[in-house]
Ligand binder design. Structure first.
Ligand code: T5A
Length: 218
């Protein structure tokens, strides 16, 4: 592990996360990244947040249940970090310790974007939770960036009713997007921005190219 920028939390060189707003298209990209990482025969452990363990998946259900009454932002923040603390200890850290790649659909950057910028919570509070309860960050984060209207149109085209967070207003998602892009500007070596507006295969190819560049140290 190496100290790598923001907040002094160590980054792990085999830990890759994928981030983006609603409907950015993470599913196709995850499949392509998994294939690229596993091409040399390495183990690739794919997981997601909130979730990835039985306890964390139950927290996810609570967080996304549209039937829940409006949740205090502080409660939402603590729930995502409770899920993450369990996920890191039960799944992510053991996988990294045995030498696997860990590919995670969302990680702590989502909390800075959604609970920080979206809900208006103090990023210093999130940084404290990251340092004390998580203690680990990805070596590479690929940020799928797409304008809010396009992302929301894609997400609404899927089957099923929108979840609790998907029901937020456009302004919320504009703040989320701006926060992600600000994080990419602040940590350009870790966070690489992928234009997620083109067709899914084009976006996946760009993400794989960014992964290969990072692995070659470029
Ligand atoms: N959350 C999460 C927090 O608030 N704080 C946290 O700390 C964490 C970890 C769940 C929610 O939790 C919040 C953020 C989220 O609101 P999630 O399951 O990742 O996280 O939820 P979503 O981001 O809502 O996942 P989506 O499924 O909406 O987004 P994806 O995975 O980016 O989109 P995907 O791949 O399912 O694609 C959506 C649709 O678009 C089409 C697909 O076919 C699909 O129909 N599509 C494209 N169409 C055209 N061109 C492309 N390039 C396309 N790519 C995909």
């Amino acid at each position: 592990m190496s100290a790598n920028g923001g907040n002094g939390v160590p980054a792990h060189a085999r830990f890759v996360s994928l981030e983006g707003g609603e409907g950015a298209g993470k599913t196709t990209v995850l499949r392509a990244l998994r294939a690229a990482l596993g091409a040399g025969g390495d183990e690739v452990m794919c997981t997601r947040e909130p979730g990835g363990t039985p306890l964390a998946e139950r927290i996810r259900e609570l967080l996304l249940d549209p039937g829940q009454a409006p949740t205090a932002p502080q409660a939402e923040l603590l729930l995502v970090f409770a899920a993450r603390a369990q996920h890191v200890r039960e799944v992510i850290a053991p996988a990294l310790a045995r030498g696997a790649w860990v590919l995670c659909d969302r990680f702590t950057d989502s909390s800075y974007a959604y609970q920080g910028a979206g809900r208006g919570l103090d990023p210093a509070l999130i940084a404290g939770l990251e340092r004390d309860f998580v203690g680990l960050r990805p070596g590479l984060t690929l940020l799928l960036d797409v304008d809010v209207a396009r992302g929301r149109a894609r997400a609404s085209g899927r089957d099923g009713a929108p979840d609790r967070i998907e029901r937020e207003r456009d302004e919320f998602f504009e703040r989320v997007r701006a926060a992600y892009l600000a994080r990419a500007r602040a940590e350009p070596a870790r966070v690489r921005v992928i234009d997620a507006a083109p067709a899914a295969e084009v976006v996946a190819a760009a993400a794989v190219a960014a992964l290969e560049d990072w692995r070659r140290g470029r």
